[in-house]
Ligand binder design. Structure first.
Ligand SMILES: [Zn+2]
Ligand SMILES: [Zn+2]
Length: 348
């Protein structure tokens, strides 16, 4: 029997990915070609990716200019498995993460000033390009954070967004060890904020709704639990001398507005929870005591490295529930319902 000689066209290797193909569309499990890293990029074999509330920007098409189909995910932990051209300082096999901060242009005024967080043409992982809801992801080296050995992938994921957000907000809040710092909201952000605040040496007052989160808040390191439903949070904070910082994590502008009078003189309300409603404050509320209102925006990859190193040092960990990639839709619904205890993470 004659042997047939077929010159096989090399078939591209395929991988599993979860994409959104239009604004408001469903999570679709698809097969895609494994991507190839370009100049200044690496390919990451994704091991875990956190499911973040900000994935709503992709799911619902709320980010200006977002293009579809798009693979969400900006709490990515994995291993570098291929290097593009001109990549130095990173090697194959190295554990890395990619958070919200997805890269910079290195040419705008802010980059020239070294203020990379504010790059005018900054990219967002999982929005500007495909994120971590897939088995292999390509990312620019500007977006990479090294993951310390003792952190698992599933633990590192949430630290790259929720973690660095609360870590940076608190370390730049102006509060000093021993100061009273309030954390409003005991969810995906707040449960990390309480732990970081405690390890920074603050007296942490956790502000929640209802009595059921009291035990959890104490376990996470809060000295005081304030139930904003059964008590007046401002009065409770002022009884303790007023807060030097209030980390506002719950996406509720009305609740944030209602806490400003709980600040001590020179105290700051630091906003990280995202809501589209305005925050209400009178000039006198700010002028008397020279209080401040400040936003805080995640952080750069080196901020993420600081966050993870601090977590490694002090034992701060996200509380997570894990789902296989196939169940991304379920993990997202659970996260949006506020019932995930406390971060949902996809594992590959
Ligand atoms: Zn996020
Ligand atoms: Zn720039």
């Amino acid at each position: 029997m004659a042997t047939m000689r077929v010159v096989a066209k090399p078939e591209a290797a395929l991988m599993k990915a979860v994409q959104i193909s239009k604004a408001g569309g469903d999570f679709e499990m698809v097969e895609r070609e494994i991507p190839t890293p370009g100049t200044g990029q690496v390919r990451i074999k994704v091991q875990a990716c956190g499911v973040c509330h900000s994935d709503v920007f992709v799911k619902e098409g709320l980010w200006p200019g977002i293009e579809y189909p798009r693979i969400p995910g900006h709490e990515v932990a994995g291993v570098i498995d291929d290097l593009g051209a001109e990549v130095t300082g990173w090697k194959k096999g190295q554990r890395v993460g990619v958070g919200w901060y997805g890269g910079r242009d290195n040419t705008c005024l802010e980059c020239r000033r070294g203020r990379f967080l504010y790059c005018r043409n900054g990219k967002v992982a999982g929005i500007s390009y495909d994120g971590g809801y897939q088995e292999y992801m390509v990312a620019p080296v500007d977006a990479l954070a090294a993951i310390p050995d003792t952190l698992s992938d599933a633990e590192a994921g949430p630290l790259l967004c929720a973690g660095v957000t609360t870590f940076n907000a608190l370390r730049h809040s102006g509060a000093s060890p021993g100061d009273l710092v309030a954390v409003q909201g005991i969810g995906g952000l707040g449960h990390l904020g309480i732990q970081f605040g405690n390890k920074f040496g603050y007296k942490v007052a956790a502000i929640g709704r209802g009595s059921e989160d009291s035990l959890l808040a104490k376990k996470l390191g809060a000295s005081v639990y304030i139930d904003s439903q059964s008590s007046n949070a401002v009065e409770e904070l002022q009884k303790l001398g007023g807060a030097q910082a209030i980390l506002a994590t719950a996406p509720d502008s009305k609740a944030m507005s209602g806490l400003i009078d709980g600040l001590a003189p020179t105290g700051k309300l630091v906003v990280v929870g995202i809501s589209s409603d305005p925050i209400g404050v009178t000039p006198l509320q700010l002028i008397v005591g020279e209080r401040g209102l400040q936003g805080s925006a995640v952080g750069t990859p080196t901020d993420s490295e600081d966050t993870m190193k601090f977590a490694e040092l002090t034992g701060v960990r996200p509380m997570i529930e894990t789902y296989p990639l196939e169940r991304a839709a379920e993990a997202y619904v659970r996260m949006m319902s506020g019932k995930a205890h406390l971060r949902a993470v996809l594992t590959m």
